[in-house]
Design a protein. Structure first.
Length: 128
């Protein structure tokens, strides 16, 4: 990573769109769970829906109402009770946990690579 002058962002960007990568697969799974939790459809304009949701929730907060969790103002097709019953929240948390684990593993690999590069640089200096 150091030789390519890559940080975690460049590594992430390189493999985010690679269908064979675990990172890509986890993102696809997480995206589907989020879409279902909010009742969004594949052909929806997601940015417009998220903006509308954000504005509605901000309005609720301004009125002093509590905003908790993944509440969907789009008819609540999937309620929190249904999500718990069907283990969707657990599934989403498993994906998030696996993603975090993968992210931690990448960080560990990056540290190990940096140590190996330091050793290699030290060995080169002995040869010179």
């Amino acid at each position: 990573m150091e030789q390519k002058q890559w940080g975690i962002t460049q590594l992430y960007n390189e493999y985010f769109h690679e269908p064979a990568s675990k990172l890509y697969q986890l993102h696809q799974q997480l995206d589907k769970l989020v879409m279902k939790a909010y009742g969004f459809k594949t052909n929806d304009d997601i940015l417009a829906k998220l903006l509308e949701l954000n504005l509605e929730l901000a309005e609720k907060e301004n009125r002093g109402e509590k905003v908790i969790g993944a509440e969907s103002p789009y008819g609540n097709e999937v309620t929190n009770k249904e999500l718990l019953k069907n283990q969707k929240i657990k599934d989403a948390q498993d994906v998030v946990d696996e993603y975090q684990s993968l992210k931690d593993e990448v960080a560990e690999l990056q540290k190990a690579l940096e140590k190996e590069q330091e050793k290699a640089i030290g060995a080169e200096s002995l040869i010179d």
